[in-house]
Design a protein around this ligand. Structure first.
Ligand SMILES: [Fe+2]
Ligand SMILES: [Fe+2]
Length: 469
């Protein structure tokens, strides 16, 4: 016989040492032994149990007394288990129940063995009781976690399917049945690719399955097929997971993109309609101001062409360029508030008349600020006569106080005005206009906008459109 490592040492061969050793082991395992003599109704517990269950120090009580220490809800079951164990033919039992111990409610597992006399009459039951409160607590925590995850899986609005590493379906949720039309019974055991991938995309599906079985994560947009053969655009996410038993599996999540795509299209159409409406509004405003001032007909349109070209030449984003273009198209809109005879009168204006004309910047601001547009048109128009050194009007703003869009329009406005015919003077040449802005660069006009404007005319062959743009 092989020696027992714990008891076959000289130390353990001493009965006193052996008993101490066994008691210590019981204490560590939070368990102990007991025996119940049916003839005397005396229940006897080992000292670790006396302390665990908070029993009388001598460890002796009757069965009735013990039953009062069992949790009231578990008492009927324990009485039942005990009587079943004592019935003929049974030689033992195992039961889990709660007892009211020293530290409150304690979960225990009790094992008992029946000792019978030669006629089969039970004489004694003996066995063990172990405190399993900690294990129970962990089991309960695990159960909470498990039901939480199961709830998430089952109630996910996205279709979720679990497959093994070869793409064979193990489990599906409610949304999967709803989306694809297959019940869980119909789906389990079949290959996911066979079930939901349209034939023409079979290679793609198999590629994804192969990637996933190598442990890759996937996030893709494609088309998948329902049970009735209809197809829908879908987003798929695949995550490799470890299934029970250590086997590699895959969590696949599918989302139907039909509604999302339709909403996106709808939004795009609405935006396009709105953009058209904005453009028409600005177009109508531009025409209105030109009717009033025929001498500057086409002025705003030509400024818009040049100003947007300058903005683009400066490397500005397309949305910025559009803002500049739209603001330039209506920058002199405020002139509709100025008497027509003043705008079309040949000859120099008196200082008073000039102040009247200056009002157009603020008037344009007032009109435009009532319209909700995606660019700060009102403010840009308000500032188009401001100058870097503060010499402009109406507020005498300086440098960075002036919006970049307004600084660009100022340059284009000066070039177009000099190059065109005015009631009070004939048109001068573009060369003259460019000389003027070169001279004002960094003083009244933005140097970067001037540079870009010069490059456009001198290097890139820019010219104003002949007829209204
Ligand atoms: Fe103006
Ligand atoms: Fe102008």
């Amino acid at each position: 016989m092989l020696p027992h490592p714990a008891t076959d040492t000289p130390l353990m061969q001493d009965p006193k040492n052996l008993q101490g050793f066994l008691l210590e082991v019981q204490e560590i395992a939070r368990m102990g032994s007991w025996s119940w003599d049916l003839r005397t109704d005396c229940l006897l517990f080992s000292s670790p149990l006396v302390s665990l269950l908070d029993l009388p120090r001598n460890g002796r009580i009757t069965m009735e007394e013990f039953i009062t220490r069992v949790h009231p809800e578990d008492r009927p079951r324990i009485v039942q288990v005990r009587s079943e164990a004592l019935s003929p033919g049974n030689d033992g039992y195992t039961a889990e129940y709660r007892v009211l111990g020293k530290g409150g409610v304690m979960h225990v597992v009790a094992r008992g063995r029946i000792e019978r006399d030669e006629r089969g009459i039970p004489r004694r039951i003996y066995g063990s009781i172990q405190d399993i409160t900690e294990r129970k607590r962990m089991e309960e925590a695990l159960e909470v976690e498990r039901s939480y995850l199961a709830g998430l899986f089952e109630n996910s609005p996205d279709a979720v399917v679990v497959t093994d590493d070869r793409g064979r379906i193990q489990k599906t949720n409610r949304a999967f049945t709803h989306l694809f039309g297959y019940t869980e019974e119909e789906a389990v055991g079949r290959r996911i690719d066979d079930l939901v991938v349209p034939e023409r995309l079979f290679e793609e599906g198999q590629g994804y399955t192969a990637d996933l079985s190598r442990g890759a994560r996937l996030d893709f947009e494609s088309v998948r097929r329902r049970k009735d053969g209809s197809e829908f655009p879908c987003r798929g996410v695949g995550v490799p997971v470890r299934l029970s038993g250590g086997q590699l599996g895959v969590y696949c999540i599918y989302r139907d993109l039909t509604a999302e795509r339709a909403a996106r299209e709808e939004l795009k159409r609405a935006l396009e309609t709105m953009e058209k409406a904005w453009e028409q509004t600005i177009e109508a405003l531009a025409s209105t101001s030109e009717v009033k001032d025929p001498y500057t007909a086409g002025h705003q349109r030509r400024v818009a062409v040049l100003a947007s070209a300058i903005a683009r030449e400066m490397g500005q984003a397309e949305s910025f360029v559009t803002g500049v273009e739209k603001a330039a198209l209506v920058h002199d809109l405020g002139k509709i508030e100025i008497p027509a005879e003043l705008l079309s009168r040949p000859g120099q204006l008196s200082p008073f008349e000039f102040r009247l004309v200056q009002v157009h910047a603020e008037a344009g601001f007032r009109i435009l600020s009532k319209i909700h547009l995606p660019w700060p048109l009102a403010e840009i128009v308000y500032q188009h006569h401001e100058r870097l050194d503060g010499s402009g009007y109406p507020r005498g703003l300086k440098g960075a106080e002036i919006l970049p869009e307004a600084r660009i329009i100022a340059v284009a406005d000066v070039v177009e005005a000099i190059g065109s015919h005015r009631p009070y003077r004939p048109a001068r040449s573009i060369a003259e206009a460019l000389e003027t802005i070169r001279g004002e660069s960094g003083k009244t006009l933005d140097p970067e906008a001037v540079e870009a404007c010069l490059r456009l005319f001198l290097e890139k062959g820019f010219s104003f459109p002949k007829s209204p743009a």
